[in-house]
Design a protein around this ligand. Structure first.
Ligand code: AMP
Ligand code: ZN
Ligand code: FE
Ligand code: FE
Length: 281
């Protein structure tokens, strides 16, 4: 069982990297990728906790914005974590998430919603990439809403008047940085329509030129029809097709391993990295 997209307390998941690895081992997952938002800070703990028979794939989910302002998430897997340019790109994105969070809080507070930056900091694990799920957790704590889900539906979704984007690289530049750092790049949940604007099929060709290796086809946020369309696009462009849970612990309904990647597809994806970086103990 191969699950190539999960989150930990290094971003907005609720399991620490070692808790996640223990869950993966006990649920029969054989290959697990850890892909926190815009950070590799969970890698060290994950490597330490990893053990046979698990194969650990280190990665990150990079937030990007097209020049038209569409949000696209790119999964970078098997890249060199010490690549200076890639780390600088991640640091820049994390830095701009802080003024962005302050702005969202200002907009909420101006409408009489009781929330402060201190509340959000208190809801964010130490060292984690701060994001809307932490703001959601703070709103739950302040009894404004009952759950993360309700916070997103009522206040924090991409079309909300309280939504603010942060500065992010273009998908093309994120893909080319991942590839320069020796890794492989997969576009995450491209047709996740609930999250805002959807990517047009033509956009995929531009991303292939930048070095895209794969498309996340099997994901909770894709209907069967959307999966069928993505299979067609992937086959036309000779891209690897992946499937994954996008597990966030208690932060989302997504169950670990609920969508999986075929072993042949994973073998092909892994062979496209410039070195063997899967951690096996
Ligand atoms: P941000 O990167 O700060 O814009 O926040 C995006 C994060 O919010 C992603 O990790 C999503 O998984 C998460 N998210 C989006 N919609 C929901 C939802 N309805 N419930 C919980 N988390 C969500
Ligand atoms: Zn997330
Ligand atoms: Fe995502
Ligand atoms: Fe994700």
């Amino acid at each position: 069982m191969i699950d190539l997209h999960t989150h930990t307390t290094a971003s907005d998941g609720t399991d620490s990297p070692s808790q996640l690895i223990n869950k993966a081992l006990s649920s029969g997952i054989t290959t697990l990728a850890i892909t926190d938002h815009d950070t590799t800070s969970g890698w060290g703990e994950a490597i330490a906790a990893s053990r046979a028979p698990l194969s650990l794939v280190l990665g990150a989910e990079i937030s990007t914005l097209t020049t038209e302002g569409t949000s696209i998430h790119i999964l970078g897997l098997l890249f060199d974590g010490e690549d200076v340019d890639l780390q600088a790109m991640l640091t820049d994105t994390r830095d701009t998430r802080i003024p962005r969070m302050r702005r969202m809080i200002e907009l909420l507070a101006a409408d009489g919603i009781a929330i402060t930056m201190e509340d959000v900091i208190a809801a964010t694990p130490k060292g984690a990439t701060v994001g809307r799920p932490h703001l959601a957790d703070a709103l739950v704590k302040n009894r404004i809403v009952a759950s993360r889900e309700e916070a997103f539906v009522d206040l924090l979704h991409n079309e909300s008047k309280y939504y603010v984007t942060h500065i992010a690289p273009t998908p093309e530049s994120a893909i080319s940085q991942i590839r320069k750092a020796g890794g492989v790049a997969v576009i995450a949940h491209p047709f996740a329509s609930r999250r805002g604007e959807i990517i047009s099929p033509a956009t995929f060709s531009d991303l292939v030129v930048a070095g895209l290796n794969g498309i996340e086809v099997n994901h909770r946020d894709h209907s069967q029809n959307e999966r069928d369309q993505l299979i067609e696009i992937a086959d036309q462009l000779s891209l690897v097709k992946t499937g994954s849970s996008d597990y966030h612990g208690n932060g989302k309904l997504n169950a670990l391993g609920e969508n999986l990647t075929d072993p042949e597809e994973w073998e092909r994806l892994e062979s496209l990295a410039n070195a063997r970086r899967v951690v096996r103990k």
